[in-house]
Every structure is written in structure tokens, then in C-alpha cells.
Design a protein around this ligand. Sequence first.
Ligand code: PSU
Ligand code: MN
Length: 304
Amino acid sequence: MHSLSSYLTLSEEVQTALQEKRPVVALESTVIAHGLPYPANVEVAQAMEAVIRGKGAVPATVGIQEGKIVVGLSHDQIERLGTAQQVQKVSRRDLAVTLATGRLGATTVAGTMLCASMAGIRFLATGGIGGVHRGAETSMDISTDLTELSNTPMLVVCAGAKSMLDLDLTLEYLETQGVPVIGWQTDELPAFYTRRSGRRLSHRVDDVATLAAIAHAQWTCSLHGIVVGCPIPERYEMDGSSLDAAIEEALQRASAQGIHGAAITPFVLAHIANVTVGESVEANKALLINNATWAARFARAYFS
Ligand code: PSU
Ligand code: MN
């Protein structure tokens, strides 16, 4: 018989922090394996861990290796995920197969929520959550991130979602799933590379104590995921209209090349990075570090 512990490995640092009820922030690894080019991916993964430690919390980067969920990947394990050629993108549907076949896997937001919550972690920092794709009314391409948020008690700090998605449908879907989306010091859903999306949110919070109180209320009432949208820092914000053109072009190319499903996001990200000569990669790094910083502050407020 297998028990959950035979599939779950926690780093010593993470295990101790959880036992002592200290704040831990989970980090996804799809952004490392599929979202950013090497070496920016590994650099930003280390930088996120460093700012989380600097704010008095413990980082737990999640990945799948040799049949185990690893919560708290080592530097070498992160390097491996950031350089390996064949890495499985692991969302909820992929977890068991990846574990049983011993493949190397990088977890999406959904996969990270699932794995980190097995370890008892409540906070997660990422860049952008997945969402409802444009044209989903015929493709039905809706990220599992959204349903995971309705199933798993975790606060996910992100810079909103990319405008390659249908942001209106994404918000509608989250509402249907009962997931609160909170603007951090903003009235609008941030749109990843840009601070504003033009979509007004129903909730805005400006201080960490209120956010911690919301998390306590949510989870005490056995409710599940919370999304907190933190806008990209101003000096890294990109020009929305040229981005839209790049996204449009990438989506057309993807469709012409028959790329769909889980492969779309990495394809579009790579195209935008090319077209913007790396500016998008710098912006992506900056917002990831910003989100990690806030997630650590939120976790600290929650555990204080
Ligand atoms: N959005 C980004 N960069 C990313 C992702 C989303 O700007 O790297 C990744 C995240 O890991 C997210 C996943 O959870 O893509 C969503 O993929 P899908 O749409 O296949 O569920
Ligand atoms: Mn999808």
C-alpha cells in the first residue's frame, strides 16, 4: 500500500517552518520550465526565494522528480528544471501519471496549489494565473487553475492574467466558481504586463491586516481559493497596444501551426519575448519578484 507520504517530500527548511507554524510561500515551477528562457528562469526563481526569506517567510518551490512531489526544491533541482529539455507541465490531470512514470515535472498554479496544500501551505506566489482562453466558447479551453481555486484553500498572489486570455470570461468563471478576486491597492484586475485591464473588481484591499483577516474568514468558513491581483511595478509596465498586437500575431501563428491546449501559453510567451526583444522577460521577472514579496508579507500577517 502506498501512503501520501510515499509521494510527498518536504525540504527540511519547509518541514520545520510548517511544524513551527511559520509562514511558507509556495512557488510554481512551470514558469521556470516553460514560461521563461534560461538563465532568466533560474535567476528569477532564486530571486523570488531570496525576497521571501528577506521578508521573514520560507519559500517552497514545487516540482515533481523521480516519482515524488518535492515541496522546497533545492538550488540544483531548480537548475535542472530550468535547463532540462523534456519537462512535463503538471496540472491536476497530469499529477498521477507524472508520479507513476517517474518523469520530471513542473507544476502549474493548479498543480502547485494541489501539491502545496497536501503539505499544509496556504500561500502561493506566481506571475499570472491561467484563465478562460479567447474562443473558449468553442474550444472549451479553460485553465484548471480556475477550478483548482474553487477546490483548494490557498491565497494566490498574481499580477492578474495575461490579455492573451479572455479577461471578462475569466472573471465571470471565477465568480461562478465562488472565488474572490481582490485588487491589491487597485480597483482593477491587473493585466500582467500592464497595471490596468479596464475590468473593475468587486473587492479592493489596501493593507495587509485586512487581507489576513479575509484569509482567516475565508478558511474558517471552509471556503477555498483567493486571488490577489498585484499590479506590475510602474517602472516595468509595458505598452498595452504593442503587446496586444504581438499577442494577436502569436495566437494566429499558433492556430496556423495547430498549436493548442497546454502548449499555447508557452508558445505565446516565447513569441512576445522575441517581438519585445526581451523587454517582456524583464517585466515578467519584476512582477514575479514583486508578487513573491507581497505573498511573504501577506503570509506573515496571517501567521502573526
Ligand atoms: N501565465 C503566464 N506564465 C506562465 C503561466 C501562465 O503568464 O508561465 C503558466 C502557469 O503555471 C499557469 C499555467 O498555472 O501556465 C496555466 O496553464 P493552462 O492554461 O494550460 O492551465
Ligand atoms: Mn488550457
